[in-house]
Design a protein around this ligand. Structure first.
Ligand code: IPD
Ligand code: CA
Ligand code: CA
Length: 259
C-alpha cells in the first residue's frame, strides 16, 4: 500500500478541516454539552464531516472511527481514526491550542499519523518506520536525562471527579519532581510536543483512541517510549498513557505509582 499517498490524503483532509475550524473560531453561535464540562460545537461536526467525505471519496472501502459519528464499518484491514477537533474546550474559549488528528491503521497497526494545529500552521506527520516530521523537518524527543531537568505535560479527564485523589497525587508527585507541569488541553498536541522535544514526558488517563492514535505514532517515530502507568506496552484502547523520551521513563513510572 502507498502510505505516502495515504499520508497526503490525511494532510489534505486536515487542512480542509483546519480551515473550517478557523472559520468558526471566536465566531460560535452555540455550544452544546456532551457532559457537564464536555463540549461539542458545530465546528467539531463540520470538521469531521469534511474529513470523512474526503476519505470516503479517496478510499470508499475503508472503515472510519470518528469521535462524533462513531464507527462506520467497511474493510476492517483499513481503518481511519479521527478526532476532528482535539481541544474543544480551548476552541470554545477562543484559545488557539487545538488540533485536527487523523490516523490510519493497516491490519490493526497504526502506520500513518497527521496532527495539525490550524492556528500555528504546525503540521506533525509520521509514517511507520520513516521517522516523524514537523512541517517536513525531522523531529526527535528531548535529551533530558532526569525528571528534575524535564518540563512535563498532562491532562485531566472530563470525569476527573471519579478518580480525583489518584489524579491529584500523580500531579503533585510530578510537579514536585520536575521543572514544571503544563496542562494544554489537547492530548494530540501533548504527544506531538513530546515528539519534538518541547516536553520530555506526558501522562494522562481515560483518553479515547481518537485522542492518541495519530500522536502515539508521531511520538514513537520521534523516539518516544509509550506505555501504561505500569510499564506495559500501550495500545490506543488502554486508559492510561505515559509517553517519555525513554531516559526518564522509569522515574516517571515511580512518580505515577499510587500507594
Ligand atoms: C480532550 C483533549 C484534552 C484531554 C481530554 C480529551 P476533546 O479531547 O485531548 O487534552 O484532557 O481528556 O477528551 O474532547 O477536546 O476532543
Ligand atoms: Ca480529543
Ligand atoms: Ca474532539
Amino acid at each position: 500500500m502507498d502510505l505516502e499517498y495515504v499520508k497526503q490524503v490525511g494532510i489534505g483532509a486536515a487542512f480542509k478541516s483546519g480551515k473550517i475550524l478557523l472559520s468558526y473560531l471566536g465566531n460560535l453561535s452555540s455550544i452544546e454539552k456532551k457532559g457537564t464540562i464536555d463540549l461539542v460545537t458545530k465546528a467539531d461536526i463540520e470538521s469531521e464531516k469534511a474529513i470523512v467525505d474526503i476519505i470516503n471519496y479517496r478510499f470508499p472501502d475503508h472503515s472510519i472511527l470518528a469521535e462524533e459519528s462513531g464507527m462506520s464499518y467497511s474493510n476492517p484491514d483499513f481503518k481511519w481514526i479521527i478526532d476532528p477537533l482535539d481541544g474543544t474546550t480551548n476552541f470554545a474559549y477562543n484559545l488557539g491550542v487545538f488540533a485536527v488528528s487523523i490516523a490510519f491503521e493497516l491490519k490493526g497497526e497504526i502506520v500513518v499519523g497527521v496532527v495539525l494545529n490550524p492556528c500555528t500552521g504546525e503540521l506533525f506527520t509520521a509514517i511507520k518506520e520513516q521517522g516523524a516530521h514537523l512541517n517536513s523537518h525531522p523531529i526527535n524527543v528531548s535529551a533530558h536525562k532526569t525528571v528534575s531537568d524535564s518540563l512535563l505535560v498532562t491532562g485531566f479527564p472530563y470525569n476527573f471527579t471519579d478518580n480525583f485523589t489518584d489524579i491529584m497525587t500523580r500531579f503533585e508527585n510530578c510537579l514536585k519532581a520536575s521543572m514544571g507541569v503544563r496542562r494544554l488541553g489537547s492530548a494530540a498536541l501533548d504527544l506531538c510536543f513530546v515528539a519534538c522535544g518541547r516536553f520530555t514526558g506526558f501522562w494522562e488517563q481515560n483518553l479515547n483512541p481518537w485522542d492518541t492514535a495519530a500522536g502515539v505514532l508521531i511520538a514513537h517515530e520521534a523516539g518516544a517510549h509509550i506505555t501504561d502507568f505500569s510499564n506495559n506496552p500501550f495500545d490506543i484502547n488502554k486508559k492510561e498513557i505515559l509517553t517519555t523520551n525513554h531516559k526518564i521513563h522509569k522515574e516517571m513510572i515511580n512518580l505515577l505509582k499510587i500507594g
